[in-house]
Design a protein around this ligand. Structure first.
Ligand code: AMP
Ligand code: ZN
Length: 110
């Protein structure tokens, strides 16, 4: 499948993973919209929030806990979590991901 995040997950595209566990990995966004801009990405290919199923309930909880863990690890006092859904929602990569932003966050940019 021609999915950039699946390729990163499989190591087919080299990346620096700032976090990894059984179900997720996280990388710095290649085009950061804040001082800290990290993408939390499930290893499973799920296109978007529109494609979630009941079986993904735990995974979605884990995604936010991963974000919390990364933020704690970086001692962030505040941050913004964003999920874009579909083109009209600003989604450019059709593999679910959670944006974690902190520092000079421009609310209009992500
Ligand atoms: P979205 O618009 O929500 O789909 O966000 C996709 C994000 O992925 C954008 O902020 C891009 O800058 C980022 N991005 C695209 N390709 C890469 C890559 N190879 N490594 C890291 N971030 C990427
Ligand atoms: Zn994918």
């Amino acid at each position: 499948m021609d999915c950039i995040f699946c390729k990163i997950a499989k190591g087919e595209i080299p990346s620096i993973k700032v976090f990894e566990n059984e179900n997720f990995f996280a990388v710095n966004d290649i085009n950061p919209k804040a001082k800290i801009h990290i993408l939390i990405i499930p290893k499973e290919h799920i296109e978007s929030i529109k494609h979630l199923q009941d079986s993904h309930k735990n995974l979605i909880g884990e995604m936010f806990l991963a974000a919390q863990k990364i933020a704690k690890g970086k001692n962030l006092q505040g941050y913004k979590l964003v999920i874009n859904v579909g083109r009209e929602g600003g989604q450019l990569v059709d593999h679910l991901h959670l944006h974690l932003l902190s520092g000079e966050v421009d609310p209009l940019k992500v």
